[in-house]
Design a protein around this ligand. Sequence first.
Ligand code: MRU
Length: 360
Amino acid sequence: MSTLPFPPTLEWLGDRLRLLDQTRLPAEETYLETRDVASLCDAIKRLVVRGAPAIGCAGAYGVLIAAREARANAGACGTAKPVNWRERFEDLCAQVETSRPTAVNLGWAVERCRARARALLEAGRPIDAIEAALEAEARAIHEEDKAMCEAIGRHGAGLLPRGQATLMTHCNAGALATGGSGTALAVMYAALAQGTKLAVFADETRPLLQGARLTAWELARAGIDVTVICDNMAASVMRARKPDAVIVGADRIAANGDTANKIGTYGLAILAKHHGVPFYVAAPSSTFDLSLADGSGIPIEERARTEISQPQGKLNVPENAGVYNPAFDVTPAELIAAIVTEKGVLRAPYREAIAQTVRP
Ligand code: MRU
């Protein structure tokens, strides 16, 4: 599993962050390098880097970039006045943290790194020592994410039939969406490594086509039989092909198990319930938000109308018609057969399972 045939989704190169530009896949494999907060935030907003754990990792490196940028703004290393550095640093961190609202991993990672910087500043450590600590913290978050993906894969593969399985997924919850091998797709990679032959139906995932462009690219490269379907084909495919499971990722999971994921996930969960197909969510601990009692408090990102009205620049919706473009929806916990985490497989009642397992 650790030798998947993909280039790294993101990579810290010592003075800059290199991102595989996901807006250009599958047509082009190109990279974007960022060393300032404005371009990193722009990359996160435009989905150059996307997927909850991946933007968490990008956010962690973003705090390091913020520290370096604050030093450059405040003056040479060692001569910067900590108060100026701190104001600038805090402002830049806030920009990174708010660049996308729904995936809790972003705020989680920024807060973890920022708290480390604040503690070192309070202890009177110089700025260059804080930067070294932030680099170590960001690399640690990235490494932990890889390990969580592997563990999710191992736990999730146990839910699938051995030998042969037909699956459905939505959006992209693979290597491209994490610092490692993925969440939902890590389960598939682990099953493949165990010798299970997989056939996967990937929803195209309107409007930005993460399923068609990214999941199909990943699975085909990994040697998995993948078939892209339009989102509105899911019901008839489910009835005709009776998949063994639906597996998706998550952007934020509330304390009761309600799960925000890419728009369309909720509908797929309802279809799975109707057809008696188990609906699994795969996500690391960093995707849980225990401050929210249920999914009603999850902030849902609304994106530009042009993603729907003018894909690839071609006018598809008349200018005088409204467009509604929420990027995520919330699947109620009662539709979820299990949540696969790096710590094991959680079953209902989720409130208890999550409280005991995720952050005991
Ligand atoms: O808008 P995106 O592409 O960032 O949305 C991503 C998803 O909804 C994924 O399913 C989710 O982040 C899980 S990633 C392992």
